[in-house]
Ligand binder design. Structure first.
Ligand code: FAD
Ligand code: SF4
Length: 499
C-alpha cells in the first residue's frame, strides 16, 4: 500500500468539497498540505461532446440512473472533478429565511448563511440571463403563469459566456457554467491544493483513509499512480454527496454512536411534464432553465421550474410505450417542458444504508402528502401548458396518454391520484439532501452546526448531506455557504489537532 500524509484531506470535489478546498488554499502558501480525493475523472475540454449516453456514462454515477431500493425513483448525481456542479443547471438561489427557521439548527443564523451565499454567487458570476438566451419554452411558461395569476420569477444563473446550447446537464461544452470545476478547484490548485482524481475513498479510519486510484478510459490520468493508498491526515472533511457521504461513514464503522447517520434523507422528488404545441417552438436553443414558479410552495408543497431534457431522458420519462409515445417523441421540436419538484418531509426511515459489500442503498418511501403534491402539481402544470397555447399535454397521472385542450376545465377528473402508480411513473431526483444532518443532539443529528461529526474533533462533513430537512429550493448555493463555514471551523481547529 502506498502511503501519503497531509494536514487536511477532503473527500469529494463537488459543491461542498470544491468550496472547502478553495477556502483552505491560502494556508497552503504557508505550508499547509491539503489534498482532495475525488472518485471521478477530470475530462479534457474536447471530451465534452454533448452526446447524451456518452456524457451520462462519464459524468454520473450509474449514468444518472441510480435506483432507490424499491425502484420507485432514480437518483442523478455526478462523479467528476467538480462533482454534480459539472452537470447541474446552475440556477442559484440562497436559502429562504423561513426554510432555515424550519430547519431549527441552533448556531446557524440566516444573516451568516446569506452573506456566505452572496460571496459565492458573486464569485460564480450569478446573474439574470439576457433576453436573447431565453427561449420560447421559458417565455411561454412565464407568460402563462402571469396570465393565470401564479407568481413566477426569473432564475439567477451562474454562467459566463453562455452560448445557449442547452446542454448543461451533460457538462457544458462551452466552459460557460461556473461550477467548482471552473472556479473553486482551479483556484485551489493554483495555491497548492492537490486534487487527486480517479481516487475512490473506500473507508475512513482514525485520521486516515484507505483509497484506490484507477483511471477510466477517458479524462486526464490521475496525478497519482494507480494503486491502493493509505492517506493520513490531521483532519478529514467528507464531501462525497448526500448518498456517498453517509455510505462512506457507515462502511467505515467508526467507533461512534450516531443513530441518525444515513437517516432523514430528502430528495425533492421530481417529474417531467410535457405539453405539445401545434408549431415548432425554440426549446433546445437557449438556456434550459430560466424561470420558476413558487406560487404553490406554501399551499401545495411543490415548486415548478422550466426544463428541457434530452431525447433519451424525455422518452424514459413519458408514461407507456407504443405509437402514442413515438408520436409525441417525433414532435420534440414542439414540446414545452416543466419540471415539478415536491417538497418532501425529513423522515428517519428515509435513509441510506450499505449493502454487505459496502455499496450505498437508498431506502425511500413516498408519503401520501408527497404523492398528493405530485398529482396536484401535474394539474397546475397542465393549466400552464394550456394557458401557453398547447394543444395537448401528457401527464403521468393522466387517465389517457394525451389530455386535450378541451379538458382544461376538467383537469381534476382527467389527472387523478388513482392513475398515479408508483413504479409505473418515472420519478427522479437531482437534489439529494440529508443523511449526515446538522443539529445539537447526537441522537437526532450527525454533526454540529459547523459540520463537525459529534464526538470526532478531526472529522467533518461539508456537503448536501448536512441538510436537516429539504431545502425547498435548488440547493447548491446553500451547500457552498455551509462548506465555507466548515472550512472556517477546520482552520480554527487545526492547531489543536495532533500532527
Ligand atoms: C442534473 C442536475 C442538475 C442540477 N441542477 C441544479 C441547479 O440548477 N441548481 C442547484 O442549486 N442545484 C442543482 N443540482 C444539485 C446540485 O448539483 C447538488 O446539490 C450539489 O452539487 C451537491 O453538492 P455535494 O457537495 O453535496 O455533492 P456533489 O457535488 O455531488 O459532489 C460529491 C463528489 O464526491 C465524489 N465522491 C463520492 N464518493 C466518493 C468516494 N468514496 N471517494 C472519493 N470521492 C467520492 C463524487 O464523485 C462527487 O464528485 C443539480 C444536480 C443534478 C444532478
Ligand atoms: S446553455 Fe449555456 S451553460 Fe448550459 S451548456 Fe450551453 S453554454 Fe453551457
Amino acid at each position: 500500500m502506498i502511503e501519503r500524509s497531509y494536514d487536511v484531506v477532503i473527500v469529494g470535489s463537488g459543491a461542498g468539497g470544491g468550496t472547502v478546498a478553495q477556502a483552505l488554499a491560502p494556508a497552503c502558501r504557508e505550508g499547509l498540505r491539503v489534498a482532495v480525493l475525488e472518485w471521478g475523472p477530470k475530462l479534457r475540454e474536447d471530451e465534452y461532446t454533448g452526446r447524451e449516453a456518452e456524457m451520462a456514462e462519464r459524468l454520473y454515477f450509474d449514468s444518472g440512473g441510480v435506483l432507490t431500493r424499491d425502484g420507485t425513483m432514480t437518483l442523478a448525481f455526478g462523479r467528476a472533478y467538480g462533482g454534480s456542479t459539472v452537470v447541474y443547471t446552475g440556477t442559484s438561489l440562497p436559502l429562504p429565511a423561513e426554510v432555515l427557521g424550519r430547519w431549527g439548527v441552533s448556531g446557524l443564523a440566516h444573516d451568516d448563511l446569506l452573506a456566505r451565499s452572496k460571496k459565492y454567487m458573486t464569485e460564480n458570476n450569478v446573474h439574470l440571463l439576457e433576453g436573447d438566451r431565453i427561449n420560447d419554452n421559458n417565455r411561454l411558461f412565464a407568460r402563462a403563469c402571469r396570465r393565470l395569476g401564479y407568481r413566477v420569477e426569473q432564475f439567477p444563473i451562474n454562467v459566463k459566456g453562455c452560448k445557449g446550447s442547452g446542454l448543461c446537464n451533460l457538462g457544458c461544452p462551452n466552459a460557460a457554467k461556473q461550477g467548482t470545476n471552473r472556479v473553486q478547484l482551479p483556484a485551489a490548485e493554483a495555491s497548492g491544493v492537490e486534487v487527486i482524481t480517479n481516487c475512490k475513498v473506500e473507508r475512513i479510519g482514525s485520521r486516515e483513509c484507505v483509497a484506490t486510484v484507477a483511471n477510466p478510459p477517458w479524462g486526464e490520468p490521475s496525478r497519482s499512480e494507480p494503486g491502493e493508498y493509505l492517506v493520513r491526515a490531521r483532519a478529514i472533511v467528507v464531501a462525497a454527496g448526500a448518498v456517498n457521504s453517509p455510505a462512506l461513514l457507515l462502511r467505515s464503522r467508526l467507533p461512534a454512536n450516531l443513530p441518525a447517520l444515513g437517516r432523514y434523507v430528502t430528495t425533492h422528488p421530481a417529474l417531467i411534464l410535457v405539453g405539445e404545441h401545434d408549431r415548432p417552438i425554440s426549446n433546445f436553443h437557449g438556456h434550459p432553465k430560466s424561470y420558476y414558479c413558487d406560487h404553490f410552495v406554501a399551499s401545495g408543497r411543490f415548486l415548478l421550474e422550466t426544463c428541457m431534457y434530452f431525447p433519451f431522458t424525455t422518452a424514459k420519462n413519458l408514461i407507456g410505450f407504443g405509437p402514442e409515445h413515438a408520436e409525441l417523441m417525433s414532435r420534440l421540436d414542439r414540446m414545452q417542458m416543466i419540471l415539478v419538484l415536491a417538497i418532501d418531509p425529513a423522515l428517519p426511515d428515509n435513509r441510506v444504508t450499505v449493502s454487505p459489500t459496502g455499496e450505498p442503498v437508498v431506502n425511500y418511501r413516498f408519503t401520501d402528502g408527497v404523492l398528493d403534491a405530485l398529482v396536484e402539481s401535474q394539474r397546475a402544470a397542465a393549466r400552464i401548458f394550456f394557458a401557453a397555447g398547447c394543444r395537448r399535454v401528457h401527464a403521468p397521472a393522466g387517465l389517457s396518454f394525451f389530455i386535450g385542450a378541451e379538458d382544461v376545465g376538467r383537469l381534476d377528473e382527467r389527472i387523478t391520484r388513482e392513475a398515479f402508480k408508483l413504479g409505473k411513473v418515472s420519478i427522479s431526483s437531482a437534489h439529494l439532501m440529508g443523511g449526515c444532518r446538522m443539529g445539537a443532539d447526537a441522537g437526532t443529528s450527525v454533526t454540529d452546526a459547523w459540520g463537525q461529526v459529534h464526538g470526532f474533533p478531526w472529522l467533518f462533513v461539508a456537503d448536501g448531506s448536512l441538510f436537516p430537512a429539504c431545502a425547498e429550493i435548488n440547493p447548491y448555493v446553500t451547500i457552498m455557504a455551509l462548506a465555507d463555514r466548515v472550512a472556517e471551523r477546520v482552520r480554527a481547529r487545526l492547531p489543536e489537532l495532533p500532527r
